[in-house]
Design a protein around this ligand. Structure first.
Ligand SMILES: CC(=O)SCCNC(=O)CCNC(=O)[C@H](O)C(C)(C)COP(=O)(O)OP(=O)(O)OC[C@H]1O[C@@H](n2cnc3c(N)ncnc32)[C@H](O)[C@@H]1OP(=O)(O)O
Length: 168
């Protein structure tokens, strides 16, 4: 029997194992950042997953950083599903989620520049927020926010990645 197309839905607590399994080989190649299980549970409501036959074959998260700003995080597709449009579907689902909650700009930090360019992202240099917002964001303990701000201390972790932004 042929498997149907993956279904995209909100993540459940039972998906964390599957999300970690998707991320692990990518984290080993330093394409994505590896996180502890507890971190996935804590951010579970940010996640969408793609499920096929009970298996998590894709995931992506939307992390809000400011009133009009969020980041696409942990976007990943299983090796056997690459190039079938699933990454695009997951990303556009996150875009819809972002619009629904009032986000106007979406950031990502990625090696997959062409993929994100095709989805309306543009490469950014320097800061993407005014100084007053920059100062507020500096108060965050989140490493992703530090990467968004392009702080010197995180640059060794982000080498080769491109900072990109899409206006919704
Ligand atoms: C913010 C972050 O999380 S950054 C990190 C991004 N994630 C990673 O780098 C992790 C490793 N990479 C991946 O998991 C994947 O490569 C992703 C998520 C980036 C893209 O996932 P994919 O499912 O392969 O994307 P998708 O299939 O939509 O598009 C890829 C190509 O497949 C082709 N494609 C798209 N739709 C279809 C379709 N319906 N049928 C056949 N081919 C298709 C397109 O040619 C597309 O090419 P393009 O990249 O030139 O547009």
């Amino acid at each position: 029997m042929t498997a149907g197309p993956p279904v995209i839905r909100r993540a459940r607590t039972s998906d964390v194992r599957g999300i970690r399994a998707l991320v692990a080989p990518l984290a080993e190649r330093r394409v994505l950042v590896s996180k502890e299980s507890v971190t996935y549970f804590e951010s579970l409501q940010e996640f969408r997953v793609a499920e096929q036959d009970g298996r998590v074959v894709g995931c992506g998260a939307l992390h809000v950083m400011w009133e009009d700003l969020a980041e696409v995080r942990t976007l990943a597709v299983a090796p056997d599903q690459l190039g079938t449009g699933l990454g695009g579907r997951l990303l556009e689902t996150l875009v819809e989620d972002a619009r629904e909650i009032g986000v106007e700009r979406l950031f990502c930090l990625t090696f997959e520049t062409d993929f994100f360019l095709r989805h309306g992202f543009e490469v950014i240099e320097g800061q993407a927020v005014p100084m007053d917002v920059y100062a507020e964001l500096l108060r965050s303990y989140d490493e992703g926010v530090a990467e968004f701000l392009d702080l010197e201390r995180v640059k060794p972790n982000t080498l080769g990645n491109t900072r990109m932004l899409r206006t919704l």
